[in-house]
Design a protein around this ligand. Sequence first.
Ligand code: MN3
Length: 239
Amino acid sequence: MSTILTRREMMKSAGLGALAFTLGASNTGRLFGQEKPPSRPKVYELPPLPYAYGALAPAIEERILQVHHTKHHAGYVKGLNATLEKLEKARASGDFSNIKALSRDLAFHGSGHILHTLYWQSMKPGGSGEPEGVLREALVRNFGTLGAFKAQFLAASKQVEGSGWGILAYEPMGERLLILQAEKHQNLTIWGVVPLLVCDVWEHAYYVQYQNRRGDYVDNFFKLIDWPGAASRYTAAIE
Ligand code: MN3
């Protein structure tokens, strides 16, 4: 029996099948396991959570994950598909008077859908200890020490102004790992980066349980990180 797995098989075994399906046909999509573009654009779908709604408790309570997934994430998927339909109508009628609002909605809902899909994949019940292997080496190479990486990631996530995200990303032009903040879902990014690990710091991700203690929520998020999953995305990104 062959021990060589295709990238798609590796993604599947890493539990990334839903993510590969969701991210579509861009280069990023292929990084996440897609082998070729589909014959026609797909309608976006809400991927199932990779674990039960109660599986991350007590760090994140079931009632938060349920509403976050079925209402908030589902809303971004719906908004993204609705925006694409409106753009199709605009092209058919030649009326682009609303193009600025539609372009803004496209970036907002599209980024919201992709980041939430990655957010679920960024955590696993019980967490996974520390990063190992090539990702661990890359974190040390780019940030000095694992402790320095952790300090920057926590600070960036806790100090996002308003609603947004803390993001560990791979930047292919410089072949670097970077920690970014995103305001809303789409602001403050660098074009072309591949997000590897994302922490949602919108109030809907924690407020019902933590009230204004965002820092406590981010500290608990860090303990839930699925490092093997992040390592799979890193390996795919550098290929
Ligand atoms: Mn959210």
